[in-house]
Design a protein around this ligand. Structure first.
Ligand code: DGY
Length: 324
């Protein structure tokens, strides 16, 4: 029997690419240069499965390509806001993602940014590298204590819960959360003594650190805008490991420049890899290049999860992580 034909849009960890080669008639992307819209359309016309990732915009125009052959899109990533899900459904395409396997590493990055922002780590690193550090001083680069402070989580899914565990059990932090969805089980809430806020505004008024964990979607675009940044405490820090477009860049820049808030730590950016130019001039920002899931272990697990999804699909079973 012919092996299904599969197109992968970026480099994947070697072990997963080797497995793909064994199981499928696979086209890998050894150059790692993202595919153009025309190349993505061609892939949908020639392969049985397209395996894109969070940096590939899979638009309605691409999904509506005539003479499409592909029946499944196995996204390498838990977020799938790169795919027009309504258009995929309209086209009868199955779409899967990779939940669960990147929870710990993304929560680690949220804590890393929280600590970097509170303790002015990026500023300190730049100072040492520039040769301008003149030595220890009682009032030099004073940041804010993290232990015992209040962490407010907007969105309370898997990654937010893992961040809450680290913050509560590791740093004795008080945990607040806001979610428009159903709260998780009482057992999960009790473990970190999480308190639910009725509104985002209530959470912003109380938290020393605000960490974003809501999906990137039209509904959440600029959820953190000028009015909400003004509701935060002057000593507070904003952490974003979710999606860049959840925050209004211009408003955040103003908030940091005019010190409505103390600092921010970002791993994701609206329109990344472009970074809002104003951010680069601010000392009170810690900026990482979308490292949330970037560990050997997690990227291999993400690839294996895509494999599991398409294997089930080609075996005529329901894929585990179907989102469309
Ligand atoms: C995802 O999977 O959505 C992450 O942003 C990748 O790190």
């Amino acid at each position: 029997m012919n092996k299904p034909k599969v197109v992968v849009t970026r480099r994947w960890p070697t072990a997963v690419e080797a497995r793909l080669k064994e199981l499928y008639d696979v086209t890998l992307n050894e150059s790692d240069v993202p595919l153009t819209a025309d190349e993505l359309k061609r892939a949908l016309q020639t392969a049985d499965a397209l395996l894109p990732t969070v940096t590939d915009p899979i638009t309605a125009d691409i999904l509506r390509v005539p003479n499409r052959k592909a029946r499944i899109i196995g996204n390498f990533g838990v977020g799938y806001n790169n795919i027009d899900i309504a258009a995929a459904k309209e086209q009868g395409l199955v779409v899967t993602n990779t939940p669960g396997v990147l929870t710990d590493c993304t929560a680690d990055i949220a804590m890393l940014l929280l600590l970097m922002s509170a303790r002015r780590a990026s500023e300190g690193d730049r100072l040492v590298r520039s040769g301008q550090w003149t030595g220890w001083g009682p009032t030099h680069l004073l940041g804010q204590k993290v232990t015992g402070k209040t962490l407010g989580l907007i969105g309370f899914g898997r990654i937010a819960q893992a961040t809450a565990k680290r913050a509560h059990h590791g740093f004795g932090m008080r945990i607040l959360f806001y979610t428009p969805r159903n709260a998780p089980s009482q057992e999960i809430l009790d473990d970190v003594k999480a308190i639910r806020c009725a509104t985002i505004e209530e959470l912003l008024g109380e938290a020393d650190f605000v960490s974003l964990h809501c999906p990137g979607s039209a509904e959440n675009r600029h959820l953190i805008d000028e009015a909400r940044l003004k509701r935060m405490r002057p000593n507070a820090h904003l952490i974003n490991t979710a999606r860049g477009d959840v925050v209004d860049n211009q408003a955040l820049c103003k908030a940091l420049k005019e010190r409505w808030i103390a600092g921010a730590g970002l791993d994701v950016y609206e329109g990344e890899p472009a970074v809002y130019p104003g951010f680069l001039e601010l000392d009170n920002m810690a900026l990482l290049p979308h490292l949330g899931s970037a560990t050997e272990e997690t990227r291999v697990a993400m690839g294996n999860r895509v494999l599991e999804n398409i294997e089930r699909f080609f075996a005529g079973q329901e894929p585990r992580d179907r989102v469309a």
